[in-house]
Design a protein around this ligand. Sequence first.
Ligand code: ADP
Ligand code: MG
Length: 293
Amino acid sequence: MNIVILSRNSNLYSTQRLVEEGRSRNHHVEVIDPLKCDIIIEKERPTIFYKDRLLDYVDAIIPRIGASITFYGCAVVRQFEMMGVFTICTSDSITRSRDKLRSLQRLSKAGIGMPKTVFTNYSRDVDEVIERVGGTPVIIKLLEGTQGLGVVLAENQNAAESVLEAFNGLQARVIVQEFIKEAKGADIRALIVDGQVVGAMKRQGKDGEFRSNLHRGGTAEIMKLNHDELQLAMKASRVLKLPVCGVDMLQSARGPLLLEVNSTPGLEGIEGATGRNIARSIITYIERNAISK
Ligand code: ADP
Ligand code: MG
């Protein structure tokens, strides 16, 4: 099979592992930078050029689209979809998952538990916003932040006010969220492939840090999910139509709560913590679903 990984950087662990596993199963795998693709739109004949090469032989794509290139990256993924190429996640589902508010709205409608969240345009009435999520401390986060950047813990009313003022001044859109203190600076990442959990880890933030992101110095260890956690993770993948994704949850007194769903989950942390071959699961998922030309 001809598999294309859409990634800006072929040296990344995740990209390399996917190349390695694809090749070990006798596929032709190449890494293509989506920003170097041209999209040709004409009647009944959507095509893509990579530099000066026509990409008309591709059977499946693995989009690894970074947050900073969502728009162009998704346009390239959409073009492959128009050409009938199998993708492990569609352009629409990537776009949807990038916006925390948009995803949470869909997930809450589907009955998934999450920290109480408020989105407001009207920033002057900070007291009321804080009251709505149950009082301080509160979490304030950028709608499109990643890697823990843009997530702030405001311990009291004054702090919350200044943070909201600062974000508003920058015209950045944020959500205000109930702070789940029982999580104790840890979260759970479940890796989903083909709608099933193929590995899970608990990430713990470094001392004094409420954010458990590995990019912020957190550490990870393998974890066995309980029934509720498994159900929540698989449901979130279903609702957002992301058969391959990373689902982040917090453990709270009222059960697991959904934080976010990542359409381009990193493989290094999860393969390291669980010892599982997640890259291979992704390749075999493609084998079961893509049609060879
Ligand atoms: P990012 O996309 O930047 O990773 P997240 O929403 O996943 O943003 O938040 C980063 C981390 O901050 C989470 O992994 C979790 O450890 C912590 N966190 C986020 N929201 C809450 C919350 N409501 N209560 C407690 N901790 C939180
Ligand atoms: Mg996160």
